[in-house]
Design a protein around this ligand. Structure first.
Ligand code: SAM
Length: 281
């Protein structure tokens, strides 16, 4: 029984990091005419209301997108991300927040395709509703993304971004993510894989970055945005990381311009910081 609902967290600091990177990855894929696939193993509902329902209960978006929304001096990558959020909020009031499927849908061209997995029965219904007019360019599966992705790789155009974005409330998500990426690389070694993970005090989260680095000796980029010190009660998210395998060569430099700004605007105490690590081929 799945209880996680992304709406509680929509637009928080972790979504800002993840979605800024996803926008950059998709824009890069879109630089060449050749088609690509976007595969989201854990898609969520696609779009979230920030003014009613779950998001209002926690108001986590106030730790994230709300702090960037009206800034006039955003670095380029953040301006591009905020522009995509703005497309859902054309009157300038921040009412809706785009999930990764919606961001991808906005950036895809006619020749590109998306494949979305979402296991939660309510979330997949909302996702289907949100993509009801998408036609055959988008295929949605109410299924386990860790397993389902196997049948899709390698994708026909041999170009793809795979986002692996579980909730990690179930600690098996850590090992399942590692196995999923490891097996996916065997089927499709040249794909770009982006894994999001939470910075929380649990042991699995602490050792996860080192395990991700073992998946491939080179050609990866590891980004973290820590917004505060770990909570004293041992619970709660104090930052997050994005681990990208086969990243565009431009991404590290882009994030070097972007992450200091995020620390400045989203940092919650003096321990707020970012890290960028990479291994090039
Ligand atoms: N990728 C989304 C975004 O950025 O907007 C957010 C996804 S949210 C962090 C994780 C989602 O995975 C939840 O909606 C949850 O219901 C779903 N989920 C959990 N286990 C899953 C599984 N094994 N396969 C597919 N979806 C799963």
């Amino acid at each position: 029984m799945l209880s996680y609902r992304h709406a509680f967290h929509a637009g928080n600091h972790a979504d800002v990091l993840k979605h800024t990177v996803v926008v950059q990855l998709l824009r890069y894929l879109g630089l060449k005419d050749k088609a690509y696939w976007y595969i989201d193993t854990h898609a969520g509902a696609g779009v979230y209301s920030l003014k009613e329902g779950y998001a209002t209960k926690t108001a986590e978006f106030e730790t994230g997108i709300a702090k960037l929304w009206e800034q006039k001096d955003l670095p380029a990558a953040l301006a591009e991300y905020v522009e995509e959020v703005g497309a859902l909020n054309p009157d300038g009031q921040l009412r809706y927040y785009p999930g990764s499927p919606y961001l991808a849908w906005r950036l895809m061209r006619d020749q590109d395709r998306m494949r979305l997995f979402e296991l939660h029965s309510t979330e997949i219904d909302v996702l289907r509703h949100n993509f009801r007019d998408a036609g055959r360019r988008a295929m949605l599966f109410g299924a386990d993304g860790f397993d389902g992705i196997k049948a899709l790789l390698p994708p026909p155009p041999r170009r793809a971004l795979v986002l692996v974005d579980p909730s990690f409330e179930d600690k098996r998500d850590y090992t399942r993510t590692l196995t999923c990426v490891e097996e996916s690389l065997k089927r499709f070694a040249t794909g770009t894989y982006a894994v999001w993970y939470p910075q929380v005090t649990r042991q699995e989260s602490q050792r996860f970055p080192e395990q991700l680095k073992q998946l491939q000796p080179t050609n990866w980029l590891h980004l973290t945005l820590t917004v505060s010190h770990p909570p004293s009660d041992g619970f709660g998210l104090y930052g997050s990381g994005m681990f990208i395998l086969n990243p565009p060569y431009t991404l590290a430099a882009t994030m070097k311009e972007t992450l200091p700004y995020l620390v400045d605007k989203l940092g919650q105490d003096e321990t707020a910081q970012f890290k960028i690590e990479s291994r090039a081929d």
